[in-house]
Design a protein around this ligand. Sequence first.
Ligand SMILES: [Fe+2]
Length: 247
Amino acid sequence: MGLFNIFSKKKTQSTLFYHTDVHCHILPGVDHGSQDVVQSMEMLKAEMDMGISRVILTSHVTAETFENTPETLTAAFGVLQKAVAEAELPIELHVSAEYRMDDYWNRQWEAGAVLPMPGNYLLLENSFLQERLDMDQFIYEVQLKGYKPILAHPERYAYYSQRRDRLRHLHDAGAKFQINILSLAGYFGRGAREMAVWFIKQGMVDMLGSDMHNIEHASIIKEYINTNDWKRLSLQLEGHIINDAVK
Ligand SMILES: [Fe+2]
């Protein structure tokens, strides 16, 4: 290999083995992710650099901080879709949300104010302090109503690391597990990284997500997927990940 090849190899961006990002905060102005359409477009271009051609927009829905509704999310979605069409960006967008299972969500859920992903998937987030007390009953109820629950980044809830049997139980009960690539990259610390690797070893990773809130997150992911660590782990994930089946 000549010098030219060494340099050109360094500049090559590796792409992901799947094409749908099921978790990101690219929708403009509705949470602490993208603040405007310019930032959203930059983040979508980063997604495309990584080989992503479909993006499910999953903005936060949380009590007090981001009390979004299907209406607020759909309005922002209209703005972004217009910009994407004008720029002729070849990327498919869908609007959904990341629902924190708190009191606000309980009211929205009861009222049927829910914006699921294609295929009726729902991205659900635990509190970082504890699991909801009626978690088993709730996961059952979600499925009874025809939705498919996805637990967002289970590797990030520290309380599960001492209760891994609980994770197996939830998975057996029908909850899909979505792991953050940022966790694998070490962005959330050693504990989350170790748990993320443990999920892979257990064969309990159903989906991967960028969970990108800004262009810095996108850069970290782009850099990480160029590493041998990612190449080694992704070999264990290929064939198990159902990101592209969310439709
Ligand atoms: Fe998120």
